[in-house]
Design a protein around this ligand. Structure first.
Ligand code: SF4
Ligand code: SF4
Length: 363
């Protein structure tokens, strides 16, 4: 396999350096493509896009900005390229086995409509019950969702949008669900080119079966570990297991997890500054889609605490718009946004009786 790096700049140099120093790729880099530079870069020839057309190689887009990378990808597809990857540069725990799996996104399904990230609960409850959990996990019972229904939600979403770049399997604590292997295989079948992640507090990793660990590895699922205080106590053991199975993982460090936030105010005019904690985390489940988990589960919150926070903006997956229109709708402000505030608290867990004050301020 011959590889051309699109972008003879810092990012392109970084990709080349990684390939040369850390990875063995099945083939070689033969040069760069750049429409603004000529000559050589890092000792490799720079081609214009028209010149590269004759070479018809795997293209590695090495551009920071996602929107520019997408434009380039669509341009390349129009010229007949099918084997395209976008270099992302991950500093997480890597095995240095396959550069394209570890450091890149496969652009095979890239089109005008790309949903950068989607998440789905496979378990609503959690074994940690943090105060301020934006998924409201402490108020949920331990019931296990219907596997077929959840997989059908993924399928339905895939029919609405050309590409889902990253898909997060989470909760609550996803490893509490005994059908985790079926979820991994089922979601991978529906989303063969998407980067799959399991987001976990890590506390159950040392209880996972050999079969589950193999399944994670074989389906190229990343593990994203939130390192809360109890997790930190066993982090070495967790890493040892994941290393043994050559599973890729990232650790969201304890220092970042020590501060939490009470994410809601019952008032639209809170004294606390407004903030959006969701960062574009679209969520699906129960045949529905919402622009963030807080909105998706606000009806459970209202029922549990007898509050009346606005629930508007959740759509039925079956009837929601498709493609670009869906992306636009998912960015629109919803009435609940006026209640989302920044109100820092030290990380801690809820007491046995979960209280409204564990998630919201009354100001
Ligand atoms: S570990 Fe995560 S999902 Fe579980 S309660 Fe804490 S924040 Fe919520
Ligand atoms: S309700 Fe709006 S502001 Fe609040 S987390 Fe969701 S998208 Fe962000």
């Amino acid at each position: 396999m011959k590889v051309l790096i699109y972008g003879a700049g810092i990012r392109g140099g970084q990709a080349l350096d990684l390939i040369k120093r850390k990875y063995k790729i099945d083939g070689e880099v033969i040069g760069f493509i750049d429409n603004y530079k000529i000559g050589q870069y890092q000792g490799y020839p720079i081609y214009r896009l028209e010149e590269a057309d004759n070479l018809k190689r795997r293209i590695l887009i090495a551009l920071n900005d996602y929107k520019t990378a997408k434009d380039v990808c669509l341009q390349l597809q129009k010229r007949g390229y099918a084997d395209i990857f976008w270099f992302q540069y991950k500093k997480t725990v890597l095995k240095h086995e396959d550069f394209f799996t570890e450091q890149c996104v496969n652009c095979k399904e890239w089109s005008e409509d790309i949903l950068p990230q989607v998440e789905m609960h496979i378990m609503d409850s959690c074994n940690l019950n943090c105060r301020g959990c934006t998924h409201f996990s402490p108020i949920f019972s331990n019931s296990i969702p219907c596997l077929e229904a959840r997989l059908s939600d993924v399928k339905q979403l895939k029919e609405k949008i050309s590409c889902i770049m990253r898909f997060y399997i989470l909760g609550g604590e996803p490893f509490l669900n005994p059908e985790i292997n079926d979820y991994i295989c089922g979601i991978r079948r529906i989303l063969p080119y998407t980067q799959l992640y399991i987001v976990t507090n890590g506390l159950l990793i040392d209880h996972l079966s050999d079969e589950t660990l193999q399944c994670i590895k074989e389906n190229q699922v990343w593990i994203s570990i939130s390192e809360y205080q109890p997790t930190r106590k066993k982090i070495d053991k967790i890493c040892q297991i994941l290393d043994e199975y050559k599973i890729l993982y990232e650790i969201r460090e304890a220092s970042l997890k020590e501060k939490f936030c009470l994410p809601l105010s019952l008032s639209k005019n809170s004294i606390h500054p407004k903030t959006c904690i969701s960062n574009g985390c679209v969520i699906i489940g129960d045949g529905k889609i919402a622009r963030c988990p807080q909105l998706m589960y606000i009806s459970y919150f209202n029922n549990h605490f007898n509050t009346n926070l606005p629930e508007d903006g959740i759509m039925e997956l079956e009837f929601c718009p498709t493609g670009d229109r869906l992306l636009r709708v998912l960015k629109e402000e919803v009435p609940l946004c006026r209640h989302c505030v920044q109100n820092e608290i030290p990380w801690s867990v809820c007491k046995k009786e979960v209280k409204l004050e564990d998630f919201a301020v009354k100001d």
